[in-house]
Design a protein around this ligand. Structure first.
Ligand SMILES: [Zn+2]
Length: 266
């Protein structure tokens, strides 16, 4: 199997701990072992993850760097090998990205909590999770049934893995907080990461209107359904994210028709 640099990096990062050694993952590891650019990319990403973890223990940094966060995320997520550079410069770059990532996400959490009345507590863990995105066991797969099954074996509630026409499923992880587990499903839309969260909490009722919190092109579209909070997080334009959210809800309603749930008359 011939692996491109891009495919290798998408398969191997975020580092998701021990994962199923599919033929693709094996081929990606073989590629990374022999490709200096990919090895450096994965080393850099690992360092960024470690530094974010360390910075997370410190108070927040100055406000003026916040607006640069989202570019930094984009760079970290889609960084290409490029020509070799001075190690010192790369170290500075990594430190800078890690700092921006942390500060910006703290700030995003603040805005999200301030900006939404009903969805406050449930979105906090999403922000926390972004800091730990490189850690924790996960599954790299583009097969929605396999991903749904993997989540189903690990969560006390069923998670539907929505299919979006323009998005490619890349895998799933668990998000554990307050001794409860939630689902994190990741997609690529063109080259942008789109993350779908399903977390316990949010009350027993329905709040199917989509709440949109946004800043600098980075957005959270969230809604509640039957005791679960759903959220789509990404750098896509707001209307696109809302459209995807509606897509999610429709797919869920379509399958709920056959489930024995009662009390749905309106
Ligand atoms: Zn490569």
């Amino acid at each position: 199997m011939i692996m491109s640099c891009g495919r290798t990096r998408r398969l191997l990062w975020p580092e998701a701990g021990p994962r199923e050694a599919t033929a693709e993952v094996v081929a990606a590891r073989e590629h990374a072992a022999g490709c200096e650019a990919c090895r450096r990319f994965l080393d850099d990403m690992e360092q960024i993850g470690e530094r974010v973890g360390r910075i997370a223990l410190r108070p927040t940094a100055p406000a003026e760097v916040r607006d640069r966060l989202f570019k930094a995320i984009a760079r970290a997520r889609t960084a290409t090998g490029g020509p070799p550079r001075a190690t010192r410069l790369r170290q500075l770059f990594i430190a800078g990205v890690a700092a921006l990532l942390f500060v910006g996400l703290s700030w995003l959490g603040y805005v999200t909590i301030r900006g939404e009345s009903g969805a406050t507590d449930e979105l906090g863990p999403i922000v926390e999770d972004q800091l730990r995105a490189q850690k924790g066991a996960g599954l790299a797969s583009s097969d929605s049934l396999q991903v749904a099954q993997w989540l189903g074996e690990r969560l006390p509630f069923a998670v539907q893995v929505p299919i979006f026409p323009e998005a490619r499923l890349t895998g799933a992880r668990l998000l554990v907080y307050n001794r409860q587990a939630g689902a994190v499903v990741e997609y690529l839309v063109q080259s942008r990461v789109l993350t779908y969260y399903v977390l316990p909490g949010g009350g027993g009722g329905f709040a199917r209107q989509v709440q949109l919190a946004s800043r600098d092109g980075y957005r959270v579209a969230s809604w509640h359904d039957a005791g679960l909070t759903h959220a789509l997080v990404g750098t896509l334009p707001g209307p696109k994210l809302v459209e995807f959210a509606r897509y999610c809800m429709h797919q869920m309603m379509a399958t709920q028709v056959t489930s024995p749930r009662s009390g749905s008359s309106a």
